[in-house]
Design a protein around this ligand. Structure first.
Ligand code: MV4
Length: 459
């Protein structure tokens, strides 16, 4: 097992990782930028190193500074958290070349899964995983077979960036006449966002639900899957609410998606923890979308419904330990919901709201967990993403009871000095469509698009 882990991240996830290390008896090294000196992750870690100025490119993305900090402090592994360097192939490579274990899969897996075309090909070749019809590889407006390929897939079609992520470089096309323009636009956007301008075509699924499956694998080829998470409540590709299990899933469908996810993990020879994303039609079919090679923000709902500490699992598996249990040992208990608390103003189109927290009451009581780095007096910097933390609830009495519990927790929550997504989340919990479990990825657009806050979609 590792003796000392450097956490190349900040915020709630750095705190979460430090807590796992403490329980595992592993020493921790926090890194921080100039403006994060007073951050909770710095206070909780055994050691800390300042790695640069506020700007992320000079601190949390500064590979030489992070590697130097690891070498000086004698860390034998680096945990990247999510975001920043978590899916950076070059960083994973550098760690390996200096003899420091990167806590995640090998650089090869990260690279393969980062390329959506390669990932699809790998998974399709392995077989047994439902896929939407698509083009074989990248497409160009001048391809002589373009219209034929598109016709075979059938409209509507989504043009997607092979380096995609975060909804950039995507276009929906309903008719042939718009295809070439959409390809050009997506290529331009992809080139600007990812430097890689390649795009491909995929059958477009309207009003899908976003369902994902956590997987874990060891170096001996053992793989398990966990109950699915439903992450359909999102706004402009930012998730706001996640839950497990999905309100629309039967045991039969859960078995089927679990099997598909394990097959995808096996196809990728996946080691440590990862997530297989699917689109779900809301009735009975799901389709492979992509695979993420990092610990995710919403891993917590899976922890609540299974009782398994996924960050500890990730560290253990990265150190080469055996999984030690099989898919049938992973049991689903009750229902869990997570709400993301962001420093954003829902009244102003969710614009960032940094500043000092002047007053804070964090919810608690039965079945309530809060993962956060904030405290009263903490100053939210302007330089990083707006996630302040997550309220996670679990109930053994099912989804309705979990919603009641979340509404209760959000009611207890008090935060002053900055604007947050709290009032918005309270409305989501009270919304009839949410309560019924009847929502797709269009939920927020559909009911909150005028941002009138009344949640009925009318002005
Ligand atoms: C899709 C889709 C419909 N059909 N692909 C958005 C993020 C990127 N990873 C993939 N995304 C989508 N791909 C096909 N063939 C709809 C989306 C999509 C979406 C997916 C998950 C969660 C939220 C979403 C919001 C808009 C579009």
């Amino acid at each position: 097992m590792f003796k000392k882990i450097l956490i190349a991240n900040r915020g709630e996830i750095a705190v979460r990782i430090i807590r796992a290390c403490r329980e595992l008896g592993i020493e921790t090294v926090a890194v921080h930028s100039d403006v994060d000196r007073e951050s909770l992750h710095v206070k909780l870690a055994d050691h800390s190193v300042c790695i640069g100025p506020a700007s992320a490119s000079e601190s949390y993305l500064n590979i030489p500074a992070i590697i130097s900090a690891a070498e000086i402090s004698g860390a034998d592994a680096i945990h990247p958290g999510y975001g920043f360097l978590a899916e950076n192939t070059h960083f994973a490579d550098v760690c390996q070349s200096v003899g420091i274990r990167f806590i995640g899969p090998n650089a090869e897996s990260i690279k393969m899964m980062g390329d959506k075309i390669e990932a699809r090909k790998l998974v399709a070749k392995y077989g047994g995983i439902p896929m939407l019809p698509s083009s074989d590889g990248t497409v160009n407006p001048e391809d002589p077979t373009l219209l034929k390929v598109a016709k075979k897939i059938g409209y509507p079609i989504m043009v997607k960036a092979r380096a995609g992520g975060g909804g950039k470089g995507m276009r929906v096309v309903y008719e042939e006449a718009n295809l070439k323009n959409a390809i050009q636009a997506a290529q331009g956007e992809a080139k600007a966002s990812f430097k890689e301008g390649g795009v491909y075509l995929e059958k477009y699924l309207e009003n899908p639900r976003h369902v994902e499956v956590q997987v874990a694998g060891d170096v001996y080829g053992n793989v398990v899957s966990f109950p699915e998470r439903d992450c359909s409540i999102q706004r402009r590709h930012q998730k706001l609410v996640e839950e497990s299990p999905s309100p629309l899933f039967s045991d039969k469908l859960r078995k089927k998606i679990g099997k598909a996810a394990r097959r995808a993990a096996r196809a990728a020879k996946y080691v440590t923890v990862g997530t297989v994303e699917f689109l779900f039609d809301g009735k009975k079919e799901f389709y492979f979308l992509e695979m993420n090679t990092r610990i995710q923000v919403e891993h917590t709902v899976t922890e609540i419904v299974t009782g398994i500490d996924l960050v500890k699992e990730q560290i253990r598996l990265a150190a080469g330990e055996k999984l030690g249990y099989s898919k049938d040992d992973v049991k689903l208990f009750g229902h869990a919901i997570e709400c993301r608390i962001n420093a954003e103003d829902p009244e102003r189109d969710f614009s960032p709201s940094p500043g000092q927290i002047t007053h804070l009451v964090i919810p608690g009581g039965p079945g309530v967990r809060m993962d956060t780095h904030i405290y009263a007096g903490y100053k939210v910097p302007t330089h990083y993403d707006s996630l302040l933390g997550k309220v996670i609830v679990g109930s053994s009495r099912g989804r309705e009871a979990a919603i009641v519990r979340m509404a209760r927790a959000l009611r207890e929550f008090e935060i002053e000095g900055i604007k947050t997504t709290l009032p918005f989340l309270r409305k989501v919990m009270a919304h009839p469509a949410f309560k019924k479990g009847e929502f797709s990825t269009s939920f927020i657009e559909k009911y909150f698009s005028n941002n009138n806050g009344n949640g009925n979609g009318r002005k």
